[in-house]
Design a protein around this ligand. Structure first.
Ligand code: ATP
Ligand code: MG
Length: 400
């Protein structure tokens, strides 16, 4: 199949392919960007595969950076852009033990495409706009099917992350998983335990953020892959509840919001330790916990000045949106009004500080002083106390 026209990103990169060819090697566009062009979707990164070995690639281009030479990848800087140029290679685990792994580089495009995960990810596109489709990926693309390249169970045995990638692609592309591929995913799911938590998190997160996350969840349940994800074992009925409780067309606004949804529906009590198992950052854990907290508080009562002050308008907006996804009424207008009428936005704006209370009222540093300041802060935010020196001192004297 020959493409009529190429997107601008590929047009710009064509001279690179031609340059490699002039040096006597082969070069193609490969990977997700070719798939996305064929689907008429925007592309994010232009990946190039070449028969030239890394040292040879480096000799062809003026400006290069070694980013993953051991995997055959050289970053080429041209047109103010970066292009990943990767030497054709075979599946890493196939490497003959008598030879060092660096010689898994090969000169054959076919060998390179064979090691790729799904047929729709195994296209190559040459500088003549010709699509090279060795595994009938065009047919699968047309039929909306995800099919492993080669024998599915072998492919998932080589790298179980592919199971999560497949489930994630079903959610982003709204594709069905072909029967044998699906059966092999189920069979190999226990191997997910061997994949690093970080890599599993990335795929799970992409799944939740995908437009058709509900389809991804369907396959997560069907393959029982959830059993091999931290904190998710035996949660099939809860995942079904997730699909039932959250509008399936809802598009999560951020990873934090999506994971807050997960925590809420799955009824996870120890939010931070659950997210710690997933090796997420402290900041991520904190934000998710705040969203869950506001969501639960909102079940009992309308939004308050104190919530808006504590967590900020943007975070609460996401909670209100999540409520909508659950079919609960949001309070966007009230949020806007509360935010606009906040007397202060941070502690620093209070006209009296700890030093003042010590100097003027003879208080001593310690927990009591901190508690006093906290009460002042709350009273000001709630509108019960003006942010005025005399009023605050009188308020504190009364507490004392
Ligand atoms: P995305 O749109 O998320 O970037 P992608 O298909 O481009 O999707 P990448 O992780 O960027 O995914 O990988 C680029 C290409 O490398 C894939 O299209 C696929 O051909 C190959 N690939 C990536 N990861 C694997 C894997 N675990 N096993 C086999 N092939 C893989
Ligand atoms: Mg990609």
């Amino acid at each position: 199949m020959k493409l009529q026209e190429l997107p601008m990103e590929f047009e710009e990169a064509l001279p690179l392919l031609e340059k490699i060819k002039r040096a006597g090697f082969e070069a193609y566009f490969v990977g997700g960007s070719v798939r996305d062009v064929l689907l008429g979707r925007p592309i994010h990164d232009v990946d190039i595969a070449t028969s030239s070995y890394p040292e040879e690639t480096k000799a062809i281009f003026e400006r290069t950076v070694d980013v993953g030479i051991e995997h055959g990848t050289v970053l080429v800087l041209e047109n103010d852009r970066e292009y990943e140029m990767t030497t054709f290679r075979t599946e890493d685990v196939y490497v003959d033990y008598r030879r060092p792994s660096s010689v898994s580089f090969v000169r054959s495009l076919k060998e390179d495409l064979k090691r790729r995960d799904f047929t729709i990810n195994a296209f190559a596109l040459n500088d003549n706009r010709q699509v090279i489709d060795l595994f009938d990926g065009l047919n699968d693309l047309k039929n909306g099917l995800l099919r492993a390249v080669g024998v599915a169970s072998e492919r998932f045995n080589e790298d179980a992350l592919r199971i999560m990638r497949g489930i994630r692609f079903s959610a982003s592309l709204h594709f069905e998983i072909e029967d044998k591929t699906l059966a092999a995913m189920s069979e190999c799911a226990p191997l997910l335990d061997e994949i690093s938590v970080e890599r599993r998190f990335i795929e799970c997160d992409k799944l939740l953020m995908a437009p058709h996350w509900s389809k991804g969840l369907h396959y997560l349940i069907a393959t029982k892959a959830y059993n091999y994800l931290p904190g998710f074992s035996e949660t099939a009925t809860k995942w079904l509840a997730f699909q039932e409780q959250i509008d399936n067309d809802y598009q999560f606004l951020s990873s934090e919001q999506a994971w807050a949804g997960v925590v809420i529906v799955l009824g996870i009590k120890e939010v931070k330790s659950f997210l710690k198992q997933w090796k997420t950052s402290q900041q991520f854990q904190k934000t998710v916990l705040q969203m869950v907290t506001v969501f639960q508080e909102r079940k009992q009562s309308p939004l308050t000045h104190w919530q808006v002050y504590q967590y900020g308008k943007d975070l609460i907006k996401q909670v209100e949106s999540l409520r909508e996804a659950f079919g609960l009424a949001p309070e966007y207008e009230r949020l806007r009004q509360l935010d606009q009428s906040l007397p202060i936005h941070s502690k620093q704006e209070i006209v009296v500080n700890g030093g003042d209370l010590i100097a003027l009222l003879g208080m001593t540093p310690g927990p009591a002083l901190g508690d006093c300041l906290y009460q002042v802060e709350q009273a000001i935010v709630k509108g019960a106390l003006p942010n005025d020196k005399a009023a605050i001192l009188a308020f504190v004297e009364q507490i004392l």
